[in-house]
Ligand binder design. Sequence first.
Ligand SMILES: Nc1ncnc2c1ncn2[C@@H]1O[C@H](COP(=O)(O)OP(=O)(O)OP(=O)(O)O)[C@@H](O)[C@H]1O
Ligand SMILES: [Mg+2]
Length: 435
Amino acid sequence: MSILLGTSMVAAGGRREAVSWIPEKAINGHSLVVGSSGMGKTHRLRKLIEGVVSSYGARVHIIDVHGDITIPGEQDALFSESSPYGLNPLKINPDRYSGGVNKRIRAFGSMLSRTSQTLGPRQSAALTRLLEDLYRRNGFDANDWRTWNPLTNPNVRGRSLHHGVYPNISDLKKFTAYKLKELKTGAGGEANTALNELNKVARAMHKKALKSHGTEDEGLDPALDKAVLKAIETYTKYVRAVRTGDELNDLLRYTSAEVLETVLDRIDILDKSGIFKDAPPPLDEMAAVHRYNIKALGRDEQKMFVEILLDEIWQAAKARGQTDVPNNYIVIDEASIFLDKDPDHIINILMRESRKFGIGLMFASQSLNHFSDDVLANVGLKIVLGVDQMYISQMSRMLRVDGRLIENIRPRRTALVQCKIVGDQRNDFTEIFLA
Ligand SMILES: Nc1ncnc2c1ncn2[C@@H]1O[C@H](COP(=O)(O)OP(=O)(O)OP(=O)(O)O)[C@@H](O)[C@H]1O
Ligand SMILES: [Mg+2]
């Protein structure tokens, strides 16, 4: 079985040879289509998708940023603020070895830090603690893998018990708002303010003492005395007002109301994006092609969406087990938007590890910005369509191909193709007439 790409331009013995892609013979099932706008990347992706579906019966997941990669027979879902379905970034992988609560918390934190508004170290720490507490409240124990699936968790509580789901962003928002209110108005609130006041006065005095070379007698300063008395008074009140027993703990865990406030703002933005929902998109399991139309989302949301979706596809592929022939393709148009240097980023994980689980990544991109040498060296099939003059030297350098060959490409008629075969060290590009 093979997928016809075109015919070679150099006539061998007067006959033009067919040039085909045989994914199972290539170093992996990954592919890359590069070309400037309008040169036919989407057109080519469609052909490749139809090829893997008709010749291999493969499943294809299309991440469509422009909303134009339509394939006959596909099932599609449009993601927007108002769609009733979405993804859950707090879903735990229940696998005893590769999953767990702590892994999910870390992954969620790094995903947020990759978006345009990063969290400061204190906010990150508070977010981690909020998530730990939220999972614990719903009965998910970081140290006990038997609690990692809401449907089989013997200790499951709250919404996870009633609806059989993982906590979601809206739960995190409610929980954070509740903790913030406790910090501000609960028993800890006033005591916290008094302690902050005392520390402020003490710091000012200490500074003064340092300036006058420590000659001042700190104990006699009336301002400090007053602050100490005030702190004792409010702390007495605080001790008497303890209700839940978590008041001091909360203060220590969440640093301050201000920190929690900024974390809440951030979670609120996530919640309002509307892509985080319990209900999964209603895509028919029987359809070979699933298209995720994310053109309505903002850039940060698109990036988060891709990370969460790819992680889900990856977990499902691992659960299915190993296979020799690529049978699951993930199509990413405008791929340079989604690439990341972090080796733990899902795309890099998939590049390295997904081959034996049958996953092939299909990238399309206008430029090679953000493509690392590592990614480029590890793509089994490369197709270069017409390239804007501006990008020729970049492409020539990064793909190690003669710039004149790129210049010679006739848009929509010819292309350069490289299929990397297992055991073959060559790096040659072939000029072809496109099929
Ligand atoms: N080989 C081809 N033969 C005939 N028509 C083609 C070919 N390749 C592309 N086209 C047509 O050219 C137009 C632009 O192609 P396409 O949308 O695939 O470009 P693109 O590279 O994806 O552009 P963009 O970067 O803007 O998304 C489409 O109408 C498409 O049908
Ligand atoms: Mg396109």
